[in-house]
Design a protein around this ligand. Structure first.
Ligand SMILES: [Zn+2]
Length: 224
């Protein structure tokens, strides 16, 4: 659990997750940001990637500690999206890590304000029968953060209209793996849409999948 890691290990893990996000093809350039819940210098809060630095030039000491009331400490300024990171940690006890990317396929759907409906059973990996798309608001604003928290209600991922996507997890590897899964689902949905609207699974069928995922723990796309 990232919350149990020491501060230095957590800073290194955040940098590694940001680099992995780009290496995996779910983000490009300086867009996106990563955070993890943690304690810094005795203050409970979270640690987030800084604004304006390319990930390959970001060192563990550049990661910015913030308190849950939004106070940043250290030499660097936090990501401009720190508000939705803070509000996710405030409202979701199950979130110890947040990954935000401008993943190409998820963002393609989000540019049409489309979420991902139950076209494939793995949509349940995000915790519900669909993956919502939060309405558009300017990046960095409280309005965007409010939309994000609402779109994540009962879910571990959402798309952001005309912007990108967010995945949360109990740890950084969990949040990153979910972001990869959401991007994979977005790509398959986009491909499926190219030959027409795909039929959707019923609520009853999705309830069966959600029940199986709850029974077997965090799904990883492996069918037994
Ligand atoms: Zn963004």
């Amino acid at each position: 659990m990232s919350a149990d890691m020491g501060e230095q290990a957590l800073r290194s893990a955040i940098v590694a997750t940001a680099l992995a996000m780009n290496a995996l093809g779910i983000n490009r350039g300086k867009s996106g940001n990563v955070s993890a819940r943690g304690v810094s210098d005795g203050f409970d809060g979270f640690l987030v990637t800084p604004t304006g630095l390319p990930y390959d030039a970001t060192a563990p000491e550049d990661i910015v500690p913030m308190t849950l009331d939004g106070q940043a400490r250290g030499a660097r300024l936090p990501s401009s999206e720190w508000r939705f990171h803070r509000d996710i940690y405030r409202s979701r006890a199950d979130a110890n890590a947040v990954v935000h990317t401008h993943a190409p396929f998820a963002t393609t759907l989000a540019c049409h304000s489309r979420g991902i409906p139950a076209f494939h059973y793995m949509v349940a990996v995000a915790g519900g029968r669909d993956i919502r798309c939060a309405p558009y608001a300017t990046f960095g604003t409280q309005a965007l953060s409010d939309h994000v928290v609402a779109a994540l209600d009962g879910r571990r991922a959402c798309l952001l209209a005309h912007h990108g996507m967010i995945a949360i997890g109990a740890s950084l590897p969990e949040a990153l793996a979910l972001a990869v899964e959401v991007e994979t689902l977005a790509e398959i949905y986009w491909r499926a849409l190219s030959i027409g609207e795909p039929p959707l699974l019923t609520d009853a069928e999705m309830a069966v999948v959600l029940e199986k995922f709850a029974t077997y723990g965090q799904p990883r796309g492996i069918e037994e």
